[in-house]
Every structure is written in structure tokens, then in C-alpha cells.
Design a binder for this molecule. Structure first.
Ligand code: FES
Length: 514
């Protein structure tokens, strides 16, 4: 077969040059990955997100849409890389063999794991209390199959063997984190006798090798509701002992949300309604009311993570995380004060809220003067050599994402005859929830217009819930009790959903009850 020589240069990085020889006919995104560059592939190579840009012969091209037919000299722009996302860079040896050890090894350690769609996190606990808790995190390597769970399910539906590949990827990543944590503490992974994992329904299913395809089409049923504990070695995990995970509420509302609710004993402590919202690539919501839990998931999509946004970015150095209007001008701040490279979710929310306040964007989402974009940062001030702009299409994407979450909140409230103003506490979980400016979220109507003191931000509640189960097995029983107290609502099947969703697309709409 004809071979071609591909040379990659990282833009502004003379030491980052890689050359490799590949067979004709393979896609440029695969070759780029082989060369060690972690390209942004939000849409999993469908050619729709525009994030995998490379420069060949002075032209911007999409790596996932380019088949190699000649030798190439390729420039890899910094904005096309997933740089800065790894809190800990984990190298794993996928070929290492894992075997079941007799249970005579120490039972002194356990690991709590959160499998997020974007990021994985693990905590090592010494049950004897001698070692302080240690944490590791890494990017979810399944992202090369797409940034959101729906895209990954589609990949499995198209090619069932992808399930095994995705399972191996997540197992290797967890093994990498446990190896990192144990090495630091001079123990071995086989000293770990118990692992508790929380993740959304799709992530938990893939880890356990269960096909999540039933969630890829209406009526969006979860393939299973419980995941019996398994021997770690059967799953390829390098610890001894067992792996447990949390039960799910239903549909996409998985063990991560059960874990989050478990951390909030006050949620069911009084008759006053309380709300729990986890914002990620899906928006999962829980209404606690009169001793019951009502749950639903909304397909927010990955707009809050910068996908489908013209100058969208993950929350990496240089991403615009906040936008203000000061002395008649738009002023942006960026992560680590680096030159602006694009908008991450909180910056996008701020930009729209600020322009809405100034009357530059109207409540139906159009620019008042019918322009097609608004310049946030000039080419001279940006870190990418061109202006960072907010486009009409970006506003539309935000309306779709926020509208889906808002519609879910509205319907759960309506179904249970609760007025928004009756919500006593509104808990917001997830990394995005921590960085978002509450005033902007309220301004565009993503969350109800409640006083600030009624909001509480809980960070990574999924990991916190997994930790509770790891440290006290009574909490596992508590998790199953929560599921028994819950009622799951499949919003996409709700007769009012389309109408409420259309209404919720308006920016700044007040959440209405019946
Ligand atoms: S356009 Fe190439 S990965 Fe999305």
C-alpha cells in the first residue's frame, strides 16, 4: 500500500514537530492523534462542529474530513487542541495484564470515581485514616467518539464493536488514575479493595460493557436500572476486590445524579420544594417535593462546553470566562489572563446576558440592528490572530441549550403544581455550575429568577456521592431508597414539551407555572 509522510508542526511551538509515515487513505484526524496531538473533535468526526481545524498549504481544513492521498506538511493551531484540560496527565499501558489476586492483600484502601462525559476524577482513601485523601483527574478518552453522550451512542449503534473500544478506553483511564494515586503513596493498585463509581447512565453502562443503544431512540429507556457489583479484574481494572456503582433514577438521569442527591440530606428534609440541577452536556434535574423526587433529563447539548459555537472553547487558559459592559465597552476576562482564544460556557452566557441588557440582542435572540455577529475582542487583542466574535448562530445554540433546561424545569414544576417562587433552595452541581455567573444565568432565564441566597453551588457532587458510598455502605442502601422515592419523567414524550420548549427559547422568559 502507498505510504505518505506527514509532518506536523505545532503553531508557535518549534519543539513540537512530529513526522510519521501512514498508509494512503487514512483520515488526517487519525494521523494527527497518532502523532500525539489531542485534537478537539466535539462531533466525533461527523464534520459538523468545525473544531478539528488544521492548516495545510495555507488553507484551513477539517482533519476529520480529509483523507490522506499525498505527503503533507501540516500546521496544528493551538486553538484546535484540547490543551490545558488534563489536571493530571495519565500515561497508561493498555497491554498490561491484570489478574485477580487473592483477597488476602491489604483491604486498607478504596477509590471513589466520577466518570464524567468530559472528565474523569478519582479519589484514593485510606480506610485507616493514615494517608490524606488524594485526587487525580484526566480527560475522558472516549471523547474522540464525540463530546456528548448522544454522539457516542450513535457511534455504538452504527458499529456495535465500538462499545468494547469505549469500555477499554475508560478502564485504561481509571487504571491510569489509580496507578498515579497509588504510586504517589508507595502502595500498589492491588492494595485497593473497593471502588465505587458514579456516572451518567451512558457512562456507567459503557464501563460495565452494557449497550446503551436503547437511550439513542424514543422512548429513551435506560438499558438497566441497577448495576450489580463486579469483580474489578473481570472488567480489566487493576485493583483487587469489587467495583460498585450507584443505581440510576431513569433514562439519562444516572448514578451521578443519585450520588449528588445523596450528598444533600436536606433535599427531602422539609415539605418545601427544592431543586437540583446538574449542567453538563445534558441538563439533569430533580425536584424534591412532599417527600418525593421527580427527575428528568434535558438534551442541553455541548454548547456550554464551547461546541457548535463559532469561537467556542473549553475552559482552558485563554478562554473568555466572563464578559462585562463597562464605560460603554465590552470588557472580557480570560482564564489565567491569557490572550483571548474563544468563549467557554460561562463567557458565552455572560456575553449574551450583557448584550441583552444593552439592547444589542433582543429577547427573541436576534441582533436589534440585524447584524450577523458582534465583535467581543479585536484581532489585535486576541490570541488567535483574528477577532473573537459572537454570531447569530451562537446565540441560537445558546437558546436551544438553555431553552431545553428551562423547559425541563418548567414542566417538572407544572406537573407538580409548584410555582417557581416556592422553591426554597436551588442546588446547582457540575463544573459549569461553579464558573457560571448567577446573574447571567438568571438574566437569560436558564434558572428561575430567585433571590441569590436561595442558590447553592455544590461542585462535583457525583464524586462526593461516590465517596459517601465508599466510606459507609449504609449510604449504598440510602441511594437505593432515593431511587424508590423517585418518579422519572421522560420529557421528550411529554405532550406539552414542544410548546414549552418553544416558549423557553425566549431569552429572559420568566419560568411560568400553569
Ligand atoms: S468537524 Fe471534525 S471533529 Fe467535528
Amino acid at each position: 500500500m502507498t505510504q505518505h509522510r506527514i509532518t506536523f508542526h505545532q503553531e508557535n511551538g518549534a519543539d513540537q514537530e512530529q513526522t510519521l509515515t501512514v498508509s494512503a487513505g487514512i483520515r488526517l484526524d487519525s494521523a494527527t492523534l497518532q502523532a500525539g496531538f489531542d485534537l478537539r473533535t466535539h462531533c466525533g468526526g461527523a464534520g459538523t462542529c468545525g473544531k478539528c481545524q488544521l492548516i495545510v498549504n495555507g488553507q484551513k481544513i477539517l482533519a476529520c474530513r480529509t483523507v490522506i492521498e499525498s505527503d503533507l506538511d501540516v500546521i496544528v493551531p493551538g486553538f484546535s487542541l484540547r490543551t490545558g484540560e488534563h489536571h493530571v496527565v495519565i500515561q497508561t499501558d493498555s497491554k498490561s495484564t491484570v489478574c485477580c489476586l487473592p483477597s488476602a492483600v491489604s483491604k486498607g484502601y478504596g477509590v471513589a470515581v466520577d466518570i464524567g462525559t468530559t472528565t474523569l476524577a478519582a479519589e484514593l482513601h485510606d480506610f485507616t485514616g493514615k494517608l490524606p485523601t488524594q485526587t487525580a483527574a484526566c480527560a475522558n478518552p472516549q471523547r474522540k467518539f464525540g463530546d456528548d453522550v448522544m454522539t457516542r451512542i450513535q457511534k455504538i449503534m452504527e458499529k456495535p464493536a465500538t462499545l468494547i473500544t469505549m469500555q477499554q478506553l475508560v478502564v485504561e483511564a481509571i487504571n491510569g488514575m489509580t496507578a498515579e494515586l497509588t504510586e504517589k503513596n508507595r502502595i500498589t493498585p492491588q492494595n485497593i479493595s473497593n471502588m465505587v463509581v458514579a456516572g451518567n447512565t451512558v457512562m456507567q453502562s459503557i464501563l460495565f460493557g452494557i449497550d446503551p443503544s436503547s437511550l439513542g431512540e424514543s422512548p429513551f429507556h435506560a438499558p438497566v436500572s441497577e448495576f450489580p457489583s463486579r469483580q474489578a479484574c473481570e472488567m480489566g481494572l487493576n485493583i483487587s476486590g469489587t467495583v460498585e456503582t450507584l443505581p440510576i433514577f431513569g433514562g439519562f438521569v444516572g448514578g451521578d445524579i443519585v450520588a449528588g442527591v445523596l450528598t444533600l440530606p436536606l433535599l427531602l428534609s422539609s415539605a418545601a420544594p427544592k431543586f437540583f440541577l446538574d449542567i453538563g452536556t445534558n441538563g439533569e434535574i430533580v425536584l424534591a417535593h412532599s417527600g418525593k423526587l421527580f427527575t428528568a433529563a434535558t438534551a442541553a447539548g455541548p454548547a456550554f462546553e464551547g461546541a457548535k459555537i463559532e469561537y467556542g472553547s473549553l475552559a482552558v487558559p485563554g478562554a473568555i470566562d466572563h464578559v462585562d459592559f463597562t464605560n460603554g465597552k465590552v470588557v472580557v476576562s480570560t482564564i489565567e489572563n491569557k490572550p483571548p482564544i474563544g468563549l467557554c460556557g460561562s463567557g458565552l452566557l455572560d456575553a449574551v446576558a450583557v448584550l441583552l441588557d444593552q439592547g444589542i440582542i433582543l429577547s427573541h435572540g436576534r441582533f436589534a440592528d440585524k447584524r450577523s455577529s458582534f465583535e467581543l475582542v479585536s484581532a489585535a487583542a486576541s490570541g488567535i490572530g483574528e477577532a473573537v466574535v459572537l454570531t447569530q448562530r451562537d446565540i441560537r445554540e445558546l437558546q436551544l441549550a438553555a431553552g431545553a433546561i428551562r423547559a425541563g424545569i418548567t414542566l417538572l414544576l407544572q406537573e407538580n403544581d409548584v410555582l417557581p417562587e416556592q422553591i426554597e433552595t436551588f442546588y446547582v452541581a457540575g463544573g459549569f455550575g461553579q464558573s457560571v455567573r448567577l446573574s447571567s444565568a438568571r438574566r437569560i432565564g436558564l434558572v428561575p429568577s430567585l433571590p441569590a441566597e436561595r442558590f447553592q453551588f455544590c461542585g462535583n457532587a457525583s464524586l462526593a456521592g461516590a465517596r459517601l458510598v465508599l466510606l459507609d455502605s449504609d449510604n449504598a442502601k440510602g441511594a437505593y431508597q432515593l431511587v424508590q422515592q423517585s418518579h422519572h419523567c421522560e420529557l421528550a414524550m411529554h405532550p406539552q414539551f414542544q410548546r414549552v420548549f418553544a416558549e423557553s427559547m425566549h431569552l429572559g422568559t420568566v419560568h411560568k407555572s400553569r
